[in-house]
Design a protein around this ligand. Structure first.
Ligand SMILES: CSC[C@H]1O[C@H](OP(=O)(O)O)[C@H](O)[C@@H]1O
Length: 313
């Protein structure tokens, strides 16, 4: 199942808001269609957002839209994942060098998968046979052009004959863990259990988690920004001496900035107020819905990249 594909000058995105109950693709005819898909989380995950943004630039090129104008609008779709900005800038640079946006986007998609396979290979070196690995949100193939980052580490360990099992927390409010990561593991018959977010500390306290591997939306000086709840998992891991790894491509690195300067996306209150369209609190309830939090460097054992395992910045 592909996260996205380009066909007949159109971009097809797997609508991740429907997984696991339905597998349907959204047809994007214009760059604004892609912006909408990113904002409504039909496509999500830092690398996947980056590749989708690159294809949005290809659609804009076909539409005859000024690429600088399109770039600004695409970059405004979500603020935290640095891959979005990196990918759009890569396309602008490549077009300046005389290439087409579509050639650049196609190459980016291929390179993303190759990069994730390298991340998986390095990640395999820190996974032991018999490990139970906790992961948060979805940093799998659905968060990328394919293979995944955190789940790519798990795929690599399994491919290397290691008998690992996975614990996914559900990842409120949009449930990427329950809906996407569990789905990915089940598709490949990798043993997986689902827990509520607040059970992660309990599992570690009982000694039932051997490693934590999560993805990232931005790696910068002082730490890593990732899905809300990552910090709580990291604090529990620190308390119970569970190695805590972040799997991320170098395109997620923002070395010139401090992680506390990153914009933490605030999403709409309805995501918290409602579950399956039904209110779990009254509409007038005041809601805080930050979509990401920051894991400080001293909580991170290592950052698994395509260049090897790096120390946090
Ligand atoms: C492979 S990085 C995926 C990263 O993106 C997710 O956020 P969202 O689902 O809101 O795009 C989450 O932070 C994952 O770790």
């Amino acid at each position: 199942m592909e996260t996205l594909y380009w066909k007949d000058n159109k971009l097809y995105l797997l609508d991740q808001t429907l997984i696991p109950m339905e597998v349907q693709y959204v047809e994007c005819l214009t760059y604004k269609d892609v912006i909408d898909a990113i904002q409504t989380m039909k496509v999500r995950g830092a690398p996947a957002i980056g590749v989708a943004a690159a294809y949005a630039m290809a659609l804009a090129e076909n539409e005859g839209i000024d690429l600088d104008v399109a770039a600004r609008e695409i970059k405004s779709s979500r603020p935290t994942a640095v891959n979005l900005f990196w990918a759009v800038d890569q396309v602008l640079k490549s077009v300046d060098d005389g290439n087409s946006a579509i050639e650049t986007a196609n190459l980016m998609a291929i390179n993303d998968i190759r990069t994730n396979e390298k991340i998986g290979a390095y990640g395999n070196t820190v996974i032991d046979d018999g490990d139970t690995i906790l992961t948060h949100c979805n940093a799998g193939s659905l968060a990328c052009a394919g293979y995944g980052t955190a789940l790519g580490v798990i795929r690599s360990a399994v491919a290397n004959g290691k008998d690992v099992d996975v614990v996914c927390d559900e990842t409120r409010p949009l449930l990427q863990g329950a809906r996407l990561s569990v789905f990915e593991m089940q598709q490949e018959n990798i043993p997986v259990r689902l827990i509520v977010d607040s059970a992660a500390g309990h599992m570690m306290q009982k000694g039932e988690i051997d490693k934590v591997v999560i993805g990232a939306d931005r790696v910068a000086q002082g730490g890593v920004a990732n899905k809300i709840g990552s910090l709580m998992v990291a604090l529990a891991a620190k308390r119970y001496d569970v190695p805590f790894y972040v799997a991320a491509p170098m395109s997620t690195f923002d070395v010139d900035n401090n992680i506390f300067d990153v914009t933490i996306e605030e999403r709409q209150k309805e995501e918290v107020l409602k579950f399956n369209g039904k209110n779990i609190a009254s509409d007038e309830t005041v809601v805080e819905n930050p979509a990401f939090d920051i894991v400080e460097s001293d909580l991170i054992t290592g950052i698994i990249t395509e260049e090897g395992i790096k120390k946090p910045l």
